[in-house]
Design a protein around this ligand. Structure first.
Ligand SMILES: Cc1cc2nc3c(=O)[nH]c(=O)nc-3n(C[C@H](O)[C@H](O)[C@H](O)COP(=O)(O)OP(=O)(O)OC[C@H]3O[C@@H](n4cnc5c(N)ncnc54)[C@H](O)[C@@H]3O)c2cc1C
Length: 416
């Protein structure tokens, strides 16, 4: 079914059984041109762009659980392109442009909401760093505005401006940043890929790789072997484990990131606000709940739940920025497992094994990358050449030293 005002009205007037499934729950075929491992946002977007942009439609996306059960459905939905380094800005701006036309492209309401992302600064040095980042963004044609204290107060009067320890001095605003309904991204890409012939195979875990010498020619799965001309890994927080099945050791650790949603409130906060003096960020969902989060858990884990010290840290940061938060009741809280790469930037590259391609290391910013990641990974798989916007995301940069360390904080996962 194609969605339009007319089709919505027509179906609304009929009984609910006129709505058809959004995608087929496909059974795996014995062979495909391309198998994508991981039915998260990145894997589904890759399949969609393979079919749409490169005419490769004999594709399967293999997902060990249900699509949307991983990070694509667990994140805090923030999208932005406020990066500084040359390797990053063009890629994230490409993603921003793809978000801006996504709903028309895939004919699906993903609730793309460009409500603004505001990073607060609390010291002169931080202001200078944000001014530098804003200038770098503008040089790349990305929107950026440096606000003073009064500019921030007009946007977010509820913040604690008189906090002597962390005074709000101003902020860097990207008005085109905002939020997107995360699980609708998975459903929308799945539906659009399915419509172009892609098989989305759920409850199908990849447990090994079919090899002919140094070439990967398919995958072993819990639903039997599946041969493939090419295999793309897009397993997000489990990249290291899946790559290890092929004998590859990645420069990645897996950590848990937690998220929180409060009870519903009347409209209070317009955009996304991030605390520059600690790790805390907050926005308000369309249902009214405040959505917030902070730092990753400090140790490696594959548990999709978090620990208490980080919960305390997030709440302390939140209260320091916005004391009124203390009067709210928490509705839900969860965790997601994330790849943390050693320079904080992603990897989109071929691997040393012929036929095996890698999309990994998205750290805690991978949701915003979903459309560009899918397009660039599809380009790499289809053409055997990196997309120009993702040319810096090579695997060998960790050996050559050409790392992309956006925050300049060194090779430690918990610093990114
Ligand atoms: C709490 C939280 C908040 C976040 N907030 C933001 C944010 O606001 N903005 C932002 O840009 N990013 C954010 N992120 C990061 C972002 O969500 C991730 O970087 C991104 O979603 C990862 O890509 P994905 O959607 O493909 O991952 P996933 O949805 O996790 O997809 C990977 C899939 O691979 C599957 N898989 C794993 N192993 C196998 C196997 N062996 N066989 C088959 N399938 C397998 C998994 O089941 C999973 O469904 C956040 C993450 C978390 C956890």
């Amino acid at each position: 079914m194609r969605f339009s005002a007319f089709s919505l009205a027509r179906n609304a007037l009929r009984s609910l059984d006129t709505w058809t499934p959004h995608w087929r729950d496909a059974a795996p075929k014995p062979a495909y041109d391309v198998v994508v491992v991981g039915g998260g946002g990145h894997g589904l977007a890759t399949a969609y762009y393979l079919a749409r942009e490169f005419g490769v439609a004999n594709v399967a996306v293999l997902e060990k659980g249900w699509i949307g059960g991983g990070n694509v459905g667990r994140n805090t939905t923030i999208v932005r392109s406020n990066y500084m380094l040359p390797g990053n800005v063009p890629f994230y701006e490409l993603s921003m442009k793809l978000w801006e036309r996504l709903e028309q492209d895939i004919n699906y309401n993903a609730m793309v909401s460009q409500r603004g992302v505001l990073n607060l600064y609390h010291s002169d040095a931080q202001r200078d760093a944000y001014a530098r980042r804003g200038n770098a963004m503008r040089l790349h044609g990305v929107d950026a505005e440096l606000l003073d204290r009064e500019g921030v107060r007009r946007l977010a009067p509820f913040l604690d401006f008189d906090n002597a320890r962390f005074p709000v001095q101003g902020g860097l605003l990207q008005r085109r940043g905002g939020t997107v309904r995360h699980d609708a991204v998975a459903w929308g890409y799945a539906r659009a890929a399915d419509a172009r012939g892609v098989d989305i195979v759920q409850n199908c875990e990849v447990t090994g790789f079919l090899r002919e010498g140094d070439a990967v020619v398919g995958v072993e799965t819990t639903r039997g072997p599946i041969r493939a001309g090419k295999v793309g890994l897009a397993a997000a927080g489990h990249s290291s484990r899946v790559a290890a099945l092929a004998g590859l050791r990645l420069p990645i650790e897996s950590h848990v990131l937690q998220a929180f949603v409060s009870e519903g409130l009347k409209p209070l906060i317009d955009g996304v606000v991030t605390f520059g003096a600690g790790h805390f960020y907050v926005s308000q969902s369309d249902k009214g709940g405040l959505v917030f989060g902070g730092d990753i858990d400090g140790y490696n884990s594959y548990a999709q739940r978090g620990n208490l010290p980080v919960i305390e840290d997030v709440m302390e940061c939140g209260m320091a920025l916005w004391p009124g938060l203390g009067r709210l009741r928490l509705l839900r809280h969860w965790g997601g497992v994330m790849d943390m790469s050693m320079d904080g930037s992603p990897i989109i590259d071929a691997t040393p094994l012929e036929g095996l391609y890698l999309n990994a290391g998205w750290c805690y910013g991978g949701f915003k990358a979903t459309p560009a990641s899918g397009l660039c990974f599809a380009h790499l798989i289809a053409r055997d050449a990196p997309h120009p916007a993702a040319a810096a995301y090579r695997l060998d940069r960790f050996a050559s030293g050409r790392v992309i360390d956006e925050k300049g904080q060194g090779a430690q996962p918990n610093l990114h």
